[in-house]
Design a binder for this molecule. Sequence first.
Ligand code: FMN
Length: 396
Amino acid sequence: MKPIYLAPLEGVTDNIYRNTFLRYYGGVAKMFTPFLSPCSTHKFTTRETEEIDPARNDVRIVVPQIIANSSEHFLWAAGEIIDRGFGEINFNLGCPSGTVVPKKKGSGLLFFPDLLDRILYDIFAALPSMCPPSTKSGVPDADTPGTDIPDSATPGTNIPGAYVPAAGTPATGSAPGPDSSMPKISVKTRLGKEDPDEFYEILEIFNKYPISEITVHPRIQKDFYKEPIRPEYVDFALEHSKAPIVFNGEIKSVDDIRRVEAEHPGLTAIMLGRGLITNPELALHYRKISATPESTRSDILNDAESLSRMSSGDTAPDGHGISDADRFRAFHDDLLAQYVERLSGDKPVLHRMKEFWALWQEAFPGNATALKQIRKAKSVAEYRSASSRILCKPIS
Ligand SMILES: Cc1cc2nc3c(=O)[nH]c(=O)nc-3n(C[C@H](O)[C@H](O)[C@H](O)COP(=O)(O)O)c2cc1C
């Protein structure tokens, strides 16, 4: 059985979603924040500050993600994150968005291998001087998964600027090796911009540094989220990467998870995005099925299947749909109540809930009219009435 990670999804997996998901479902080993985008002001936005607030996050399993085109900005944000007790920081090298890529951020940085190399060099050179605070409340024990915080670490945080090698010193990857006292830096990457073979050079660069984990979303920038994935490049990574490899992309069912696990031996974990939002039971189902002896697995699959059909009309195999309608309704109502409380006015609440339904709708086929009403809802009251037409259907 592989650990399952919840992928970062901007506009979807914020701290409210993550905490509510954990309360009702869980089954994941790590949850990534949508990207934080530090800049020269060295100030987080209110939203970004909330995303890394230790009072709103379990720092043992939440991994803040940074998108940046400069080591200076990355290191400033990393210092802030380490100071709050997180043990891992993820570097976004995958975002394909047209607003991000021209700034040499996200997958845009993959177009500039020398710059990427230099930024990674600077980050890993500066990292040893960034001391995790070991004595703050809420900071996990050294043996907590996902963290390696030594007892001897100095409280407080030393936030250095970027390390700049002496003039003429090439960034050849002679940065310090892994050290258990250093915060972990992981990477979430695409294969390149125009041609997936760009990945060979990118992986060579990654291999120069003590990256703790590489999540590969096997698409190029131009593929956005729709073109078919290229899983053979994950096999290349598994064979040639020094860092452990995590698979991400187009996994929507327990069958998919098990197929990916079987087809790519050696994966450290599997990251689920839209599939886990659409069906928040997915990680739990996978764990349950994987922990069950082969001989009795078909019973569980059959149960999940029939429950799925009863609650959602979904006829896909292996618990593709949501099996526990009551739990999902409570989860939905809790999310809605929190957004109503935290956001001001109906508009942002509706925006948020409609983003969810763009994914949830797949789990509720046969509800075209109510789904249209949800999309058209202009007030929370209209939204409640439309969503209850789907969520309050009795199981029969
Ligand atoms: C609406 C949306 C927002 C996303 N936001 C982020 C993000 O903030 N950081 C990131 O690394 N990836 C982001 N992604 C990419 C996902 O993490 C994931 O790599 C992608 O959806 C493919 O995985 P999936 O097929 O399991 O959904 C986003 C994807 C979508 C659809």
